[in-house]
Design a protein around this ligand. Structure first.
Ligand code: EPU
Length: 417
C-alpha cells in the first residue's frame, strides 16, 4: 500500500499538459478489438485502469505494445469471447468490452461487474439495448452469457437515461450489426465523440455523436487507425480547482476550452481570473474567493459528477456557503469525512454536500475510498498547512498519471512513499 506525504500550504504556479482521458481511452481500447489491423493510440495515459484493459485485450488474443504514451493494439484474428472473473474484477468499466466482443464473436461470456465504491452500478440499460439488437443474455451465478444465434440487427433504441457506458456499448455493437441503429436520448459526453471519431477513422459510419440522436450504420469492415486520445477534462478540473484553493496561477496548455468551460465559469464567479485561448486556459487565483451558491451534477453538458469531489474540496476554503448536489451516483460522499479530518466544515444532507468555507485546512492522515474522492483529498492536502498523509493512493492511480509529479512541478511538496 503506497501513500502520499504532503507538506501543504504553498502557492502553485506553472504550466501543465493534461494527460489523455481515462474515460475516453477505456472504450477506445474495447473498440480496438473490432478492428482487423493495428490501431495506434497516442496520448494514452499510463494508468492502472489502462493496464487492466490491456490485460483483457491480451487475454482475448490481442498484441499490445506501449512506447511512452503511445499504445499499439493489434486484434487481427482474435476471436476469444470470454473474460475471466479475475480480470473483470480489476475494473468495473470492463463491461464496455461486452459490446465489442458480442459484435465480433456473436457471443460473450464475462462475470457481472457488480457494485463498486460509488454504490450499485446496474447494467440494465446496456442489456436491454443489446437484447433489442438480437442478443440473448442470461445472468447465472454472477456470470453473463450472451449469444446471438440469429445475428445482431440494427434497432431504434430509446434510452430512459443517457448512460455513457450503454451508449458506448450500443455504438460498438451497432457497427457490426445488420442495418442501421438509432440511439435516442444518447449520452452526449466528449468521450462519446472521441469513440465515434476513432471508429469513423477505422471505417465506421456514425453520425450525431455529441447530440441526443446517434445513427450508426452496421456491417462495417473496420481497419486500423492512428488516433490522439482527447485530454482528460476531469483531471484538468482537479488542477484548476486545486490552484484556485491554494492560490497562484496555472496554464493548461492542451485544454479543449468548451470541455472545461463549466469549471472555469464557476471559478470565475467565485473570484478567479480565467482567460481562455484557442488551446489553452489560464487561471489566476489571487483574491479572496467566495463560494458558489448551488452546483448540481448532471449528464453532459451539465456539471460532471466526476469533478464534484474536486469542487467540494476547493469550496472548503471559499468564503461563505456552497452547496453541491450529486445526482448521478448514490454513494459519492465518502471523501467528505476525510476532508473533515483536515478541518473542513461540510454537512451531507441526502444528495447535497453543504460546505461552509474555513480560513485554513490543517494537515492530517486521510484515506482515499475511491478515485475522484482520493484526488480531491490530495488537493486538500496540498492546500492544508502542515503535513498530511494520504493513504490508499492505488485508487488515484486508476485515473491520474503521476498526480504527485504534476503537483510537485507546480511547486507543491509531495512525495510517494
Ligand atoms: N445506470 C443504470 N443502468 C445502466 C447504466 C447506468 O441505472 O444500465 C445508472 C448508473 O448506476 C449511474 C448512472 O446511470 O447512476 C450513470 O451511469 P453511466 O452509465 O452514465 O456511467 P458509466 O458509463 O458507468 C462513466 C464513467 C464514470 C462517470 C459516469 C458518468 C467511464 C469508464 N466511467 O461511467 O467515471 O462518472 O460515466 O459521467 O467512462 C470516474 O472516472 O471516476 C467514473 C466513475
Amino acid at each position: 500500500m503506497s501513500e502520499f506525504i504532503v507538506n501543504g500550504g504553498k502557492k502553485l504556479y506553472g504550466d501543465v499538459t493534461v494527460q489523455g482521458a481515462k474515460n475516453s481511452v477505456l472504450p477506445l481500447l474495447a473498440a480496438t478489438y473490432l478492428s482487423n489491423s493495428e490501431c495506434v493510440l497516442h496520448n494514452c495515459p499510463r494508468l492502472s485502469d489502462v493496464d487492466a484493459s490491456v490485460a483483457i485485450l491480451e487475454h482475448l488474443g490481442a498484441k499490445c505494445r506501449f512506447e511512452g504514451n503511445t499504445l499499439t493494439v493489434d486484434s487481427n484474428g482474435c476471436f476469444s469471447s470470454d473474460i475471466p472473473e479475475t480480470l473483470m474484477r480489476e475494473m468495473r468499466s470492463s463491461i464496455i468490452f461486452l459490446g465489442a466482443i458480442i459484435a465480433k464473436c456473436k457471443a460473450a461470456s464475462m462475470s457481472l461487474p457488480g457494485g463498486c465504491e460509488l454504490g450499485p452500478r446496474p447494467i440494465d440499460i446496456h442489456l436491454s439495448a443489446l437484447r433489442q439488437m438480437g442478443a440473448e443474455i442470461e445472468c447465472t451465478a454472477g456470470r453473463l452469457i450472451c449469444t446471438a444465434p440469429n445475428g445482431l440487427s440494427g434497432a431504434e433504441i430509446h434510452l430512459n437515461f443517457p448512460s455513457v457506458g450503454a451508449t458506448e456499448n450500443i455504438i460498438l455493437t451497432a457497427c457490426k450489426a445488420k442495418g442501421t441503429t438509432v440511439i435516442y436520448n444518447a449520452a452526449k459526453e466528449p468521450e462519446i465523440c472521441d469513440l465515434a471519431s476513432f471508429l469513423n477513422s477505422c471505417g465506421a459510419k456514425i453520425k450525431g455523436a455529441g447530440t441526443p440522436t446517434v445513427v450508426i450504420e452496421g456491417e462495417r469492415e473496420l481497419s486500423g487507425c492512428v488516433h490522439n486520445v482527447i485530454p482528460d477534462r476531469i483531471v484538468a478540473a482537479t488542477y484548476l480547482f486545486t490552484v484556485a484553493m491554494c492560490k497562484g496561477a496555472i496554464r493548461i496548455k492542451n485544454a479543449i476550452p468548451e470541455q472545461i468551460f463549466p469549471f472555469c465559469h464557476i471559478l470565475q464567479k467565485c473570484g478567479c481570473d480565467v482567460s481562455v485561448n484557442a488551446d489553452s486556459v489560464t487561471l489566476r487565483s489571487h483574491n479572496a474567493l467566495h463560494n458558489f451558491d448551488v452546483v448540481s451534477s448532471g449528464p453532459y453538458p451539465g456539471f460532471p459528477t466526476d469533478a464534484g469531489p474536486s469542487l467540494v474540496s476547493a469550496s472548503c476554503l471559499f468564503k461563505g456557503t456552497g452547496v453541491f448536489v450529486e445526482n448521478i451516483f448514490d454513494s459519492r460522499f465518502r471523501y467528505v469525512d476525510e476532508l473533515k479530518r483536515l478541518g473542513a466544515d461540510i454537512k451531507v444532507v441526502g444528495r447535497a454536500a453543504i460546505v461552509t468555507g474555513v480560513k485554513n485546512l490543517a494537515g492530517a492522515k486521510v484515506e482515499a475510498h475511491d478515485l475522484r474522492g482520493g484526488a480531491a483529498l490530495v488537493s486538500a492536502a496540498v492546500a492544508a498547512h502542515g503535513t498530511s498523509v494520504v493513504r490508499n493512493i492505488e485508487f488515484i492511480d486508476r485515473g491520474y498519471e503521476n498526480i504527485e509529479k504534476v503537483f510537485a512541478q507546480l511547486g507543491a511538496e509531495i512525495k510517494r512513499k
